[in-house]
Every structure is written in C-alpha cells, then in structure tokens.
Design a protein. Structure first.
Length: 376
C-alpha cells in the first residue's frame, strides 16, 4: 500500500478552516436515491443522510479530526425508518491511528471488532455518502497536484478502497474509489462538491449540491417509500432440443434515462446487466451465431456500438461485473439489433425456443439484441 506523508494532510485541510455546510441530492435517473446534509468545522465533520435502497434508513455520522488533519475517530449510527424487518438501530465506530484502524461494526445479529491496515490519513466510506467524498476532494485540491491518492474505508470491510483523484481543470476532478467510478466532479477552488456525475461508470448516480432542503420533512416522506433493490437478481431456465440452458443476471431499470450511448457507453465492454457478471450455463454443446460453445458455464458480456453489437462468451465466471478479462474469451458473436416499438423499463434477458433452435435476446429501453443458438 502506498504511503502518504502525514505532513501533507495538515496542508490538505487547514486548521483554520471556517465552518462550512452543505446539502446533496443523489439521484438515479428520475428517482431520488438519497439526501444528505453536513457541517464541517476545523475539528469535526457531522452529517446525516436518508438512503432509500434497499430499505429506507436514516444515518447520522460524525468524524473527529486530529491535530494533523487526519480523521481520528468516526461514528455511524443507522436507523431503520422503513418499517422493514431488521434491527431498529445499528452503530459502527472506527478509531484511526497511523496507518491502521480499529473498527467495531454490526455483522448479522452480532458485532465484530476488526483491526485494518487502512493507510495513513484514511477517510471512512459510506454508500452514497458525499460529505466524506467531498473531504477527499478538498484534500486533493489542497495538495496542489495533478494526481492525489489516498484510501477510503467501508466500515466492516478489511480492505480499504484505493482512491485516485485526478485534476481535469481548475473546477473539475475525476475520482476513482476502488471499483467505483470514474466519477466526474465539479468543484470550487477549495474542493467543495458543486455537482458530480457517475453516468456511464460503475455507479450511475448524479449528485446535486443544493440548499434549503426541508430535510426532516423529506426524510419522513421517504421513510415508507423505499426503492428496494436497485438491480434485483433474476434467472431463467429453459430447454432447447434437450439442452438445458440457464441465465443468472441482475436487472437495472431505465428510470427515465437514455441507456445506450449514455448509461451504457458505446464501444465499451458492458457486464450485460448489473452487479456480478452475468452467468450462462448449457448442459450440452451448442452452436451460437455459427460458433461452437461447448457444454459448461460462462459469463456473458456485451460490446454495444452504433454500427453493431457483439455478445462475448467468456470462460471466467464468479467475478464482479467490472472484472472482465479478454484473455478468457471463448467467442465474440455478432448480434442482430432491432428497435422496439414499446420501451422496456427493466433490463431483460430471455431465451425463446423455436423448435430445435432458439434465440437468446437482450431487451432494454427501445433496443433488442439477439443471437441464434442450436444444439450441436
């Protein structure tokens, strides 16, 4: 793990920093995913957040800074306000010393204490929490360099996120947090987040800095209106000429967004769904789009492009959907692409048997992409 001089941290957040505050609205397409507000003083960052997925929770967080500017202690209290099953309140804490952290966090029905090599100057990470990400952006701007590296630690994890912040001009930064990103941030001269977009990345949110939110009223209104799992898992099973075929995948929704060429960029390998890599299994040897596919288990990837799509059949399985490795490719298959008369809100994979043959179809928004298959 890379080292960071603690002297640099004292420059990143001056000890005379005036009290500052902010509010954020986090959206996924047309849905409000989270709201957040915070106050930052020289020795403390305090905030609260209402997050609506998979259930609605109200989080209170507090970070206390040591003399050099590094976070010395962090506390996170989470209240289940949705009425869904689960504990009414959980609490996690982290004590940071040098390059390590002692974390106490809930795990199932108990609490665990972990000692983690977090890296010097680590910043805690909470899902969709942008007051803490702004803390990293402020440090990056204060460093004065074109590239800044640090770590963020999700409480309860034993491996921190490696964070890279790259300057893209006087008012913009690109952040990569482990496998999250790239996130494109609009910032002021001190690094305060004015807006952020993850469209086309591994976290598709947009973040707006705002003021005047009636936080209590909004939180109360969101409590009974959880968004559920954003990209729920699903599976299909069918038979084509006696070959048993199965697909396991996750199903993101359009949520008012333009999908292909935007949420799913052109000319980049896509995980063909969300979350973990999509799995395809066949009990018998197949021919797909004219190419042999032996019986077995594969991951499916897609390469969408304005001039034509390809379905990628890959021998590697069980990985997260950002871990594509072309050296395991079995085949790249040309797909037939059609425009749909009616839009499909939730990404759908289907296998349609047609006598001794079949068609594997991907449908989302107003696009259908398909390949023929048959038993060999």
């Amino acid at each position: 793990m890379r080292t960071i001089a603690l002297a640099t941290l004292s420059l990143a957040i001056p000890s005379l920093l005036a009290a500052q505050s902010g509010q954020f609205i986090v959206r996924l397409g047309t849905d409000t995913l989270a709201i957040e507000q915070y106050t930052r003083t020289p020795d403390r960052l305090q905030g609260e957040q209402v997050l609506r997925s998979p259930r609605t929770v109200h989080r209170l967080y507090s970070a206390t800074f040591g003399p050099g500017g590094a976070i010395a202690r962090f506390e996170l209290v989470t209240h289940n306000v949705s009425g869904a099953p689960g504990p009414a309140e959980t609490k996690a804490t982290a004590e940071f010393t040098g390059d390590s952290a002692v974390v106490t966090a809930p795990r199932r029905d108990s609490t665990v204490t972990l000692r983690v090599n977090a890296g010097p100057g680590a910043v805690p990470f909470i899902g969709q929490g942008f007051g803490l990400i702004e803390e990293v952006a402020r440090r990056a701007k204060a460093s004065g360099g074109a590239r800044y590296t640090t770590t963020m630690l999700p409480l309860g994890d034993t491996v921190p996120l490696e964070v890279t912040v790259s300057a893209r001009g006087p008012d913009s930064l690109t952040l990569v947090l482990g496998a999250i990103g790239p996130l494109r941030a609009h910032v002021d001269a001190q690094g305060a987040l004015l807006g952020l977009s993850g469209i086309g990345s591994t976290m598709q949110v947009t973040v707006e800095r705002t003021q005047g939110l009636d936080f209590a009223a909004l939180g109360k209104g969101f409590a009974p209106r959880s968004l559920g799992v954003l990209s729920p898992p699903d599976s299909i099973k069918t038979s084509v000429a006696g070959a048993m075929l199965a697909v396991r995948y996750s199903r993101p929704s359009t949520r008012g967004r333009a999908i292909f060429g935007n949420v799913v960029p052109w000319n980049q390998v896509w995980r063909t769904g969300a979350n973990q890599a999509t799995i395809f299994e066949t009990s018998a040897d197949l021919v797909m789009a004219g190419r042999p596919v032996p019986a077995g288990k594969y991951s499916l990837w897609t390469l969408p492009a304005p001039g034509g799509w390809k379905l990628i059949v890959n021998r590697n399985t069980g990985q997260w959907g950002t871990d594509y490795n072309a050296r395991y490719d079995l085949a790249r298959l040309d797909m037939t692409v059609e425009q749909l008369a009616q839009p499909v809100e939730q990404f759908t994979i289907g296998i349609e048997p047609k006598g001794s043959r079949g068609v594997l179809k991907l449908e989302w928004e107003k696009t259908r992409a398909s390949v023929p298959l048959s038993r060999k």
